[in-house]
Design a protein around this ligand. Sequence first.
Ligand code: C2E
Ligand code: MG
Ligand code: MG
Length: 736
Amino acid sequence: MTNIPPDISQQNNLEKKVERFTLALKGANDGIWDWDLNTNEVYYSPRWKGMLGYKENELENSLETWAKLVHPDEKERVLAQVKAYTNGESDSFEVEMRMLHRNGRSIHVLSRAFLVASKGDGEHDRLVGTHVDITLRKKAEKHNAQNTEILKKIAIGTPAAEIYDAIALMYEERHPGLRCSMLELHGNKLLHGGAPSLPKAYCDAVHGLEYGPDVGSCGTSSYTGNRVVVEDIDSDPKWVNIKHFALPHGMRSCWSEPIKSSTGKVLGAFGMYYNHVAKPNEEESADLEAAARLAGIVMERDQIQKKVHTLAYIDELTGLPSRAYFYQNLEKTIQESLDSNDTFGLLYIDLDNFKDVNDSLGHDVGDQLLQIIASRIKDASRAMDFVGRLGGDEFCILVKNLKENTTRTIAKRSIDKISEPLNLASRTINPTCSIGVVHFPDDGKDISSLFKAADVSMYRAKEKGKNQTTFYTPKLSRNAEYRFKLEQCLKEAIDKQQFNIVYQPQIDIASAKVTGFEALLRWRHPELGNVEPLDFIPAAEKIGKIKELTQWVLNEACKQCVSWQKEGFADLTMAVNISPNHLLDESIVDLVNTTIIETGITPSKLELEVIESVVQTHEKNLNIFKKLKLLGVKVAIDDFGSRYSYFASLKHLEVDILKIDKYFVDDICTDEKSYVLLKSMIEMGHNLGYEVTVEGVETQAQFDLIKGLDCTSAQGFLFSKPAQVNQLDQLLKQSA
Ligand code: C2E
Ligand code: MG
Ligand code: MG
């Protein structure tokens, strides 16, 4: 055993301990500090200094060093915690804080410490602690939190543009100096999505850029579907044509990742820019991929949302706002107008006879026509007006900022524009429309009353002959209410036996004898009184009662005819009016047949009168005419010449009689032209092989003139008004 004096061996032990401690400090991954609370001298380990970018001899061992390096925003909070611990108010000291790195950035540090009584007197004279660099953990935590925020935004439907900005800012914060952009691919064009830190001039310049194999970084990546890394914009051939957009703003490198949907479809491009030549490091590379993925979720959701919106709010055929969208906008306009005491107009447009186009030329042509009408209505309205398609052939214009006659002018322009002839399916079509106009708040204060008033006005425009505009008045509503009441009463009129038939004789012109009768329907309602056929026939058509009525009239009239025949007037004919809709229904053939069988009328004595609008060359109609002809009954074209005449189609039809409308007879005595016209029509009718009857003869003078024409028979008040059976006996006997 060597004999070493005790104090020397103690000294050696101590030196060894210090040496070991120093070595431990040097090797430790944590920075260590040791604060002498009496002198404020602080020992900082090399690692402590290195963590902040300093070498061992570059920082003084003083408290000021710490005070200078702690982030100014954190100093007070940390010192307060130190004080609380040294005063005994808290049991331990552990704090996270930001400290300033030599390179100018901040790092996050976890600082832990404990009090030491080094002199052995129990008095705490030192605070010894460690620093751990937790920057990476903090960065990851922050990134996670921001990611979560963004996902929340996606979930609650925040607008895409706002989320794009949040994504860009998140990655820009992770990589100081980085600037991000998101472009959406629409067709073959890239449109601005979000780039909160890029200059607006640059964003504007690339907005609308067409993608391609050599169009910068984003244009290329969205085209190829692969990542494109451009280290130097200035020298990369892909940027040759567009680098002048980027370089003036300092951008030098740009990496782009295609943004894809969940199914792999390219939706756009995510770009990362630096102001220096660079290629992505591992972290940046991973972030570029993650950023594009996140942007993809947003873009895909946005596109789906837009599509859903489009489906609900835009009419697919015409591209106009749909009914839902129109109503929504109208609701908003009503609210605004109430708030500002303003007024606005509503034009309710319905095409005339659109069904005919669909029925005769097919739905494709009908669709094309609707598209053309939609664009004509747009042309007729002002840019600020809101045009929508409510469905079918109904359109609506919401007209704000009213001046005198604004709605009148737009209605007139719409009527004019819509009625321009056009060619479809090698046919010339002359579309027309009827318009009802209402004003807020005079004609209605909410959507439902406005539309009710608009509907009533439009209906009135149709009634007056279509191709015109009607402005709402309260009287129209009263009329509509009357019509409604009438329709309700009509439903039970047959059962309640409120109908009866009057007969108007037809006279053979040569012999002045009665050759037959036209059956004309009369309705007397206990409350409404006598209702005109011109009012109740359309109503019966509307509520689907017309077939039942026709059946009743046919049956009664034929029975009456047979009864007269039995009384000795064997050659009498009976004419019955048939509604156009009913005549175009196949079931009419059976009905007529059954009537013939049940009443025993000779088929050739029965005449069916139909108005001209039925006379079309449509294959289905021709067939019905042919089948009726086969039954042996006669068909007459009623009110001939009063509507659009289909002279050309007459040659295809199996009709027997033309009944020339009263309109042509009215002024034959005073107007030479009318006389010539009537004469020509009669001649034409005969030349085509038809019998010709003239309607509405009221005076002897008219009759005298007609006698000089080559006409078969006549009908009119001159001979007799439509009358009850018992009032006609006398007339019949005179004719016998
Ligand atoms: P319409 O078939 O052209 O019938 C002739 C109309 O002219 C009748 O009117 C008749 O009263 C009237 N009239 C006849 N001669 C003269 C005249 O000299 N001067 C004047 N001012 N008028 C004359 P009404 O009975 O009011 O019938 C109107 C229309 O209602 C008929 O026109 C017909 O289209 C329709 N209608 C009448 N009854 C029926 C029916 O049972 N079924 C169908 N579907 N329609 C009917
Ligand atoms: Mg008639
Ligand atoms: Mg007639």
